[in-house]
Design a protein around this ligand. Sequence first.
Ligand SMILES: [Zn+2]
Ligand SMILES: [Zn+2]
Length: 152
Amino acid sequence: MTETRTPVAEGGCQCGAVRYAFYVPLENSHACHCRMCQRATGGAFALLVGSKTKDFAWTMGEPAVFASSNLASRAYCRDCGTPLSFSYNMPEARFYVTTGTLDHPETAPIIIQYGVESRIPWVKFCEEIPSEATGEDPKAAEFFKTMASNQG
Ligand SMILES: [Zn+2]
Ligand SMILES: [Zn+2]
């Protein structure tokens, strides 16, 4: 398949085997403090930014994918282990990459924080950025009730 679109943002894993591109401006740059993102990234929180799935493509290599729950998948480089993406298993949902894997993460300042119920108390980070707890929105709460984690 030949890609004819012009990338707006690109990035990839630390070893360079897997690369990706977005073809529209990045949306909803955020930190997620939830336990699942902490474990998936090995960090105190995940930094994620994305677009509609149709405006994203893997452009080099093929990542491995772990279904961290019945609702979501996380891609990572099978060679170097870099956590690369987070996406709900819904075509209309945004496809997120880990902000630190962008070639220019400085172009994606965070605008919201999620999962603040699991925010580690000593994490003093962008405290002026608006935040919400997982399931704070009643519609999201219904969705998260259907989640079964595959994390150990
Ligand atoms: Zn890699
Ligand atoms: Zn999370």
